[in-house]
Design a protein around this ligand. Structure first.
Ligand code: SF4
Ligand code: SF4
Length: 257
């Protein structure tokens, strides 16, 4: 059954898929643990769809364009990014989750999938929820399913794509063998590229929105976010996700700037 589930995810366009045990979510906030969605949940299936490098590097698009006026270059870059690296990816993530959950329910296992993001309800719904709390943490699920580890930018770093991947999850009552957590640390000790990009992107170099927590242990795999962020800043739309773009992990480029 595990192989069949993974085949569904990959066939529907997932770049990565893994399984986490429900026990690994001990300590999840009330109302957001797997068993809050499926009372006899046993497993969480985590999957991700990678982002196209060219879309992530959107600031390179339409430079010296003969068609796009200079004053429209940034809005057009944003449009490309928000469709190719956000809406289209979220649609695929939604579809993968639904396909897996419907398959499992047909086999007799109650299962729950999620919209990949608040997306079109972003303004009307998400901003009313204190601290922008998600329904279910797909990032925590991903690290527990062996897809990667948290990086200093609080995103899940994967060996293949770094943080340039979007995630979703399915909670299910079937017992599946979980994957081991990732064996090798990915976040690079001494690297501060994401911190620098964060400070720059909010045009306030004196305030590091992304701040590492004290006493970080660099000798362990990070299963929880290692930094403090101002979620309002992250969701303001002002930052263009610099902390994701510059990360060298999984990058084909030798240097990101
Ligand atoms: S999303 Fe933007 S504001 Fe938030 S940590 Fe990343 S760069 Fe900083
Ligand atoms: S940019 Fe550097 S410090 Fe930040 S998450 Fe990536 S590897 Fe870690």
């Amino acid at each position: 059954m595990k192989d069949e589930i993974k085949q569904i995810a990959l066939r529907e366009g997932a770049s990565k898929v893994g399984i986490a045990s429900v026990e690994s979510f001990a300590g999840a906030p009330n109302g957001h643990a797997p068993t809050d969605f499926i009372p006899d949940a046993k497993s969480v299936i985590s999957f991700g769809v990678r982002l196209l490098d060219a879309a992530v590097e959107r600031d390179r698009l339409f430079m010296n364009s003969q068609m796009v006026p200079e004053e429209l270059r940034m809005p057009v870059q944003e449009y490309i990014y928000e469709t190719v690296a956000y809406s289209m990816v979220n649609t695929r993530l939604d579809q993968i989750g639904l396909s897996i959950a419907l398959f499992l329910e047909k086999q007799g296992y109650p299962s729950m999938c999620f919209p990949a993001t608040y997306d079109t309800y972003y303004d009307s719904l998400m901003r009313k929820i204190p601290n922008f709390q998600a329904f279910f943490s797909h990032r925590h699920a991903a690290v527990r399913a062996g897809l990667g580890e948290f990086g200093l930018n609080n995103l899940v770093l994967t060996p293949e794509y770094g943080p340039r991947i979007r995630l979703n999850s399915v909670i299910t009552s079937i017992q599946l063998e979980p994957e081991p957590i990732i064996g090798e640390k990915l976040c690079i000790r001494g690297c501060t590229l994401c911190l620098e990009a964060c400070a720059l992107c909010v045009n306030n170099p004196s305030t590091n929105i992304l701040t590492p927590k004290e006493n970080l242990n660099w000798n362990e795999i990070w299963l929880d976010p290692p930094s403090v962020t101002d979620k309002h800043a992250c969701n303001s739309g002002r930052c263009a996700g610099g902390c994701m773009r510059v990360c060298p992990v999984g990058s084909k480029r030798t240097h990101r700037s």
